[in-house]
Design a protein around this ligand. Sequence first.
Ligand code: ADP
Ligand code: ADP
Ligand code: MG
Length: 674
Amino acid sequence: MFNKILIANRGEIACRVAATCRRLGIRTVAVYSDADANARHVALCDEAVHIGGAAARESYLRGDHIIEMAKATGAQAIHPGYGFLSENDGFADACAAAGLVFIGPPASSIRAMGSKSAAKRLMEEAAVPLVPGYHGEDQDPALLRHEADRIGYPVLLKASAGGGGKGMRVVEASEGFEAALASVQREASASFGDDRVLVEKYLTRPRHIEIQVFADTHGNCVYLFERDCSVQRRHQKVLEEAPAPGMSEERRRAMGEAAVAAAQAVGYVGAGTVEFIANQDGSFYFMEMNTRLQVEHPVTEMITGQDLVEWQLRVASGEPLPLKQDQLRIHGHALEARVYAENPDKGFLPSTGTLRYLRTPAAVTFALGHDGDGPAGVRIDSGVREGDTISPYYDPMIAKLIVWGRDREEALARMAQALAEYHVVGLSTNIAFLQRLVTSQAFRTADLDTGLIERNQAALFPPSAQVGTETIALAVAALVDAETRARRVDPADAHSPWQNAGAWRLNGDASSQFRLRTSEGETLASLRSDGGKQWLTVGDQTVPFRATTHGGGYALDLGARTVKGSTHLDGESLYVFSGAQQTRLEVIDPLAHAGTADAEGGKLVAPMPGRIIAVMVQAGAVIGKGDPLIVMEAMKMEHTLTAPADGVVQEVLYAIGDQVQDGAQLVTLEDVVA
Ligand code: ADP
Ligand code: ADP
Ligand code: MG
């Protein structure tokens, strides 16, 4: 086994590889670009080397430079992760030439599978079933069109060198062929520097089912079952699961054996994935082989209990595969959701920015989850922490959220729960979309095919919902809570601190108003207490209101309804998280900063006309900057005026119940002499 490896990647996969190395006692060297100096993967590795500018071609794609760094740091092997250099046969060769182990297949296998067309020709010889189509060398447009006519429409035109869902067009009829061909060729030469295409029968309502294979240098090759990755947008995976719903033992074996045959046909070694496209009747065809560890490998780890990165390291160091085919078993069900910084409502446009607030479900970063109900039921693979940025330079993935359950239903319930507890502020994410997806009728009943998202537009992209009373109630709970904390009431006094300590209480039966701006306009909410009970009014609706703290958030009893959720106050924006729904509200507080602004020169003045409803200090009190001094009621709202600086109260000029004028001096202060 290796003593030290260099991880030629970033983000979650670099972190994930580092975690296994740590467990196995292998030292790790991280590489990082200008944009990643403070990245999580750098912190997790034992050593780190700066390799260049933020753009991938100036850093993570500089194979020669990375090889130099591996040699300089004394690493014996390079793990390429996925993306970047992972499927670059030239890089694999260069590693070998430099005396380094490339943790991946031989360069010849990468080359053989690199062109989808050439791969299909090889698969044909190995008797692996293929989608009817044309994958020849001759690229004469007339011939291609003739082939498309022969195959029958609709057909799919694919860039032979393609990947990542790019360079693909569906052609519905012969008339549209030429224009589609020109556009695929343009995209293919721009993205892959190679304009060759292949033509395939376009299957309607197919499923994407892929097989994880593993081979060693001793001639062993096994399959670690299948993953269903049918839920896609723009031909890219969104949700993945294992095992595939509805898979029979017989078909699993047939697909597994076909995948092993495909791998063996190219002399494969290491981790690879053979992607199949399957008809609803179960017939399946080879699509392509990805000669690397796949993004969605964790679902396979969860159901097999095997660490695939450990397998990669063992195989790369010459050991035989840890298990034989008949020792591999499927336990339970696993789901993975890709949490992206993107905006599903704007065509999944990537979003960039700082993760200003990040709360994730209780999870383990690394555990293989088939031990029942343990914490291993939820796993998060992520390369970022709160405060990190999602930059425009790399993939906008925030994390992979992986859950395990004894069956699909349990896994689904865990996923829904975990998504509800995944809170991000600072950029748009697909979390609420993922939640709608996993709870949709189509996904719950495993009515899977690659058109699932398109077909369920109405359920998955609902018009933005009105901000409901529940959300407003959670916002009110948070604002009262914040107010209470600002007053330094000992929260140990009661489970529900604000129930006993709200300022309005000081005035007997009283009410407190909250003005909130939502996407639909302004909402006025009022909380009234009388006879030991509280009532919340939002619009023309009044409900009982009882709040308790609950796991970092609030549990509200609104009479007929109970609501759970949590909040995050970021300046004047209040984020309410309930279900996987995130709502942003602006807290309208015209007096927010008034107390401080107008309180220069040793005095505290009323920022507008109003009534004094609480006085927290007396003459002689020593106060610290920000301490609450007086509460005023003005414009139907309460406002706490705080100390502008450290000091001592000289005199309080008004008492509770007094009406004061705009600009009236309320308290005189003496600065503390240091
Ligand atoms: P990439 O290299 O971009 O991953 P693939 O060949 O794996 O390209 O195809 C990506 C996706 O496109 C598949 O998962 C599937 O959804 C869709 N697709 C590919 N081939 C076909 C086909 N013949 N018929 C219908 N859909 C297809
Ligand atoms: P898979 O077929 O394994 O699901 P994808 O094709 O969806 O994989 O994703 C591979 C892509 O991930 C690469 O093409 C690259 O754009 C991106 N990528 C590469 N490295 C990283 C990383 N460390 N973190 C996030 N994304 C990455
Ligand atoms: Mg693919």
